[in-house]
Design a protein around this ligand. Structure first.
Ligand code: NDP
Length: 401
């Protein structure tokens, strides 16, 4: 069918590259392009070692530099760019895709480096330009955001006349044996969890202090876990795109050791993104912290346990109240055996490949900029079952108060 360019060579890119290579009828050719060429080469070797018909190439690129990336796109001519670098690169990569008329898929919304605030407004501002160029930008094709948006669209299409309440629950019961480590990019992860929380209710945002709202939930196949309300990017698009919605919240589980370490690091200033001068050089404390923490892509062999991520819906069907829970359970060690990564990278990399596949095959292709729930969920739901993230449903789930 065609050629994909993956940008970035971290944990998520590793999984997506393996999954594209397992799907060589769609992805005949793949270019892995990132800032550090040796990381692209390492992914290529791992993918080739498993055996694939996909032709794999690597290239160095600094995706902050639109002209440099545009030149690479014009040389390689991929049909789709899968952006698995960091949220900071989203806009420069979208600019390059516009210049080279290439479809665009990512997994995280744009965040300005100097401001710990993620919002869709910067990427939604590209709607008209993508429409005029006749190309598709698919935003947030990971798990959350990503599959959570597809779950919402599926519930809306098949199970409800209107959905009034959505709770997105993200549980990680994996144990990597370190007192403190993050499961994906530490800088992005810590910016997310140390920010104020918020949820959407009756047409407006309600802000909370970081980790202010705690619940305990009994997760299928995992058991009881403490979870905390966070702001999360899909809340913003789902509040607009789901019919009848009155409240939408996002909860993530954290263990006590993680929270104690985070509080201590915050208290001593290590999570700050304001540069400080150290021995005549400006350094950002959070970036320094990232450098001393374990690399998330090294957690694969040590992480044991499961993740459970899903959405609980409450709404109306045929005039009656209805509840419905859609979720996926993923096992860290099974992921590691298959692609050499833990489940957090896996649950992001698989939907990233599926989103790119649906754009490549034309099933999810429309000129403009779109969130996941704006497309027909059915082909995505089928692929989740085929590609390693099968979903389960429960019609009388435990509700979150
Ligand atoms: P990593 O930090 O492991 O990898 C990021 C990669 O991007 C690195 O290879 C890095 O290169 C590369 N990169 C950074 N800056 C540039 C640049 N200017 N030009 C080219 N390449 C660059 O991150 P993860 O793999 O853990 O995460 C990837 C993305 O997935 C992130 O945006 C994250 O927010 C998102 N994510 C989404 C989830 C979801 O469910 N939607 C869940 C988890 C993650 P180098 O090594 O040289 O620094």
């Amino acid at each position: 069918m065609g050629k994909i360019m993956i940008i970035g060579a971290g944990g998520v890119a590793n999984v997506a590259a393996h999954k594209c290579a397992q799907n060589s009828e769609v992805f005949e050719e793949m270019v892995i392009a990132s800032r550090t060429l040796s990381k692209c080469e390492a992914i290529k070797s791992a993918v080739m070692a498993k055996g694939t018909k996909t032709r794999v190439k690597t290239a160095p690129v600094d995706a902050d530099k639109t002209a440099e990336l545009t030149a690479l796109l014009e040389k390689e001519k991929p049909a789709v760019v899968l952006n698995l670098a960091l949220p900071y690169q989203d806009l420069s990569i979208m600019e390059a895709c516009l210049a080279a008329r290439t479809h665009y898929v990512d997994t995280a919304n744009y965040e300005p480096p100097q401001l710990a605030k993620f919002e869709y407004k910067w990427q939604w501002a590209y709607r008209e330009r993508f429409f005029d160029a006749g190309i598709t930008a698919l935003l947030g094709s990971g798990f959350d955001p990503g599959v959570t948006g597809v779950f919402c669209a599926y519930a809306q299409k098949h199970h409800f006349d209107e959905i009034n309440y959505i709770d997105i629950l993200d549980a990680n019961a994996g144990d990597h044996g370190y007192p403190f480590a993050t499961n994906f990019n530490p800088e992005i992860n810590i910016r997310e969890v140390s920010a104020k929380g918020s949820y959407w209710q009756e047409g407006r945002w309600i802000e909370t202090e970081p980790m202010e709202i705690k619940r305990v939930y009994d997760f299928p196949e995992i058991g009881l876990k403490d979870m905390y309300l966070l702001h999360h990017e899909e809340l913003e698009s789902l509040a607009v795109n789901i019919f009848g919605i009155r409240r939408i919240r996002f909860f993530m589980t954290f263990g006590q050791s993680y929270l104690t370490h985070l509080k201590c690091l915050e208290n001593v200033g290590m999570t700050s993104i304001t540069p400080i001068e150290y021995e005549g050089k400006l350094i950002v404390p959070l970036q320094f912290l990232k450098a001393v923490l374990p690399d998330p892509s090294s957690l694969g062999p040590r992480t044991r346990g499961k993740t459970n991520i899903g959405c609980i819906f409450q709404g109306i069907k045929d005039g009656r109240p209805k509840t419905y829970y859609l979720y996926n359970v993923c096992d860290h060690q099974e992921c590691y055996r298959e692609v050499g990564s833990q489940a957090i990278s896996y649950t992001t990399g698989v939907p990233a490949m599926i989103g790119a596949m649906l754009v490549m095959t034309g099933k999810w292709r429309r000129p403009g900029v779109f969130n996941m729930e704006e497309f027909d969920p059915d082909p995505f739901m089928e692929e989740l079952n085929r590609r390693g993230l099968p979903w389960k449903e429960d019609f009388s789930p435990l509700l979150v108060d």
